[in-house]
Design a protein around this ligand. Structure first.
Ligand code: FE2
Length: 299
């Protein structure tokens, strides 16, 4: 349970750093499973390179197809101009997403349980709904920068409720691209939502289109206003959807594996324009662990 001081920090700074939230055996199981998924991945119809700077390069269809599945996405710098791998496959993956928490038994167990349910309750979520899970690799030497953004751009609810749970599966350092946040950037005049990543679904039935809409011209923080969050493996960093954050590229020889969950409150209205929607085949669920629902086979 969070202490009153931690709750005060959450409201004041807009983030909490919780060292030791996950134990070594849970981290080992998650890392092992992530590498197994990559080893089994056959680049093909669902593969796409993921640009963390220019999202227009992302294949809309590949992203949409991952909403209820477990797909791998390449690092932008992993492929040459002809689409050939420049590095071994195991070192080429940017991330795995986006339904690991519902489709994969190892990540299902990692993503649910009383500790997470209690944390969400302490942070004011009445009906947690876990929409997205991602393993983010930040590969040695080629791990891309993730520019300043707010996660609420991707999970719009009314009122705004999304929170991010960011688990360090490995040590995150200044050298391998740890998170940087703007303390207090979730409140006050600068806390406005600057962008919305919207899915336009044409009435004529043509393919959906993903667009990043500018909502507000408030500038992103400068590096001077930002604070790095180097954390040890097992640490959980949690922050609300309006908090600006980014992570620099990884030019070091060490990977920086992280796992994220995005959780909204079911009492709020989840925008129909959000790219990630769930069908009746795989309804969104909360943070309590329900073993009867696992394993959930791929469709
Ligand atoms: Fe983010």
């Amino acid at each position: 349970m969070l202490s009153p001081t931690q709750i005060e920090t959450w409201h004041r700074d807009g983030f909490l750093v919780l060292p030791g939230f996950k134990h070594a055996d849970e981290l080992a199981a998650a890392c092992r499973r992530a590498h197994e998924i990559v080893a089994a991945f056959e680049p093909g119809a669902h593969s796409s390179r993921f640009s963390t700077r220019d999202r227009s390069q992302l294949s809309d269809a590949a992203l949409l197809a991952s909403a209820e599945a477990v797909h791998c996405f390449f690092e932008e710098e992993a492929l040459d101009d002809a689409g050939r791998l420049r590095v071994p496959k195991a070192l080429s993956i940017n991330k795995i997403g986006h339904a690991l928490h519902d489709r994969d038994p190892v990540f299902d167990a990692f993503s649910h349980g009383p500790a997470l349910a209690e944390l969400a309750a302490d942070l004011g979520l009445e009906q947690p709904q876990v929409w997205q899970s991602q393993v983010i690799f930040k590969q040695p030497h080629i791990g891309g920068e993730v520019g300043w953004h707010q996660d609420a751009s991707f999970f719009v609810t009314t009122p705004q409720t999304v929170i991010t749970l960011w688990f360090a599966l490995e040590d995150a350092t200044l050298d391998n691209g740890c998170l940087w946040v703007q303390p207090g950037g979730h409140r006050g005049p600068g806390s406005v939502l600057r962008e919305q990543y919207a899915c336009e679904r044409p009435a004529d039935g043509s393919a959906p289109r993903l667009v990043m809409r500018a909502l507000d011209s408030t500038p992103w923080p400068t590096t001077d206003e930002a604070r790095p969050l180097p954390v040890a493996a097992g640490t959980l960093v949690v922050f609300p959807g309006l908090l600006p954050h980014y992570s620099p590229p990884n030019r070091s020889p060490k990977s920086r594996l992280a796992y994220t969950l995005h959780v909204t409150d079911g009492t709020a209205v989840y925008a129909a324009e959000n790219w990630l929607q769930r069908s009746a085949r795989l309804p969104v669920r909360g943070l309590a662990y329900l073993p009867a629902l696992t394993p959930r086979a791929m469709p």
